[in-house]
Design a binder for this molecule. Structure first.
Ligand code: SF4
Length: 185
């Protein structure tokens, strides 16, 4: 299966794209065009590089000392099937999965009625950071988010309880106690 990436490299050892030490997959293609987007070169759907997901899985298998994998972009939800192929592999490897998207969780559930791959991908995501980046709500105090409107969602719990459940510990920096290299979820 093919996936279009913004960069061929899996970025290792990130500590800002979710909890713990993470490897980041940067997808190409985003239709939200948020004002002040930090990554405008990832918007075009015909740019970047097309990669086979099998080769990415091989690299993921070689990862050392990583707590999880984060999908960012671009918007990974524009390629749900390919991202899910990788996400389900990560779960089997014991790596937790975070995903950043410009869609809200509710929008994704609605889109999922027409595009089942989105629901399948959600099933393999532990934490979703959702919503467009809103420049006016940009905050350096927001943990793992660019703007305060974005939410950090516990996806398994939300799907199980059929309502949006936030990961409360990230909401305010003051109340966030960084764990000692423990796996999230
Ligand atoms: S969703 Fe993310 S990548 Fe897309 S325009 Fe907004 S900030 Fe940029």
């Amino acid at each position: 299966m093919e996936i279009r990436l913004a960069t061929r490299e899996i970025q290792k050892d990130s500590i800002v794209d979710g909890e713990g030490i993470r490897s980041v997959i940067w997808t190409q293609g985003c239709r939200h065009h948020c004002k002040g987007c930090h990554n405008p070169t990832t918007h075009a759907f015909n740019k970047g590089i097309v990669v086979n997901t099998e080769s990415l899985k091989q690299e993921i298998m070689q990862l050392e000392s990583q707590d999880g994998v984060t999908f960012s972009g671009g918007d990974p939800m524009e390629q749900p099937e390919a991202c899910n192929d990788i996400a389900s592999f990560c779960q089997k490897q014991g790596l937790n999965v975070w995903c950043y998207t410009g869609y809200t969780f509710e929008e994704l559930l609605e889109k999922g009625k027409q595009e089942k791959a989105i629901l399948d991908f959600l099933e393999n995501i532990d934490v979703l950071v959702d919503g467009r980046f809103i420049l006016e709500e940009k905050s350096y105090d927001a943990i793992f988010r660019g703007s305060k409107n974005q939410r950090i969602i516990d996806v398994p719990k939300s799907l199980k309880e059929k309502k949006t459940v936030l990961v409360a510990k990230y909401l305010e920096k003051e109340s966030y106690k960084k764990p000692k290299r423990t796996l999230y979820v």
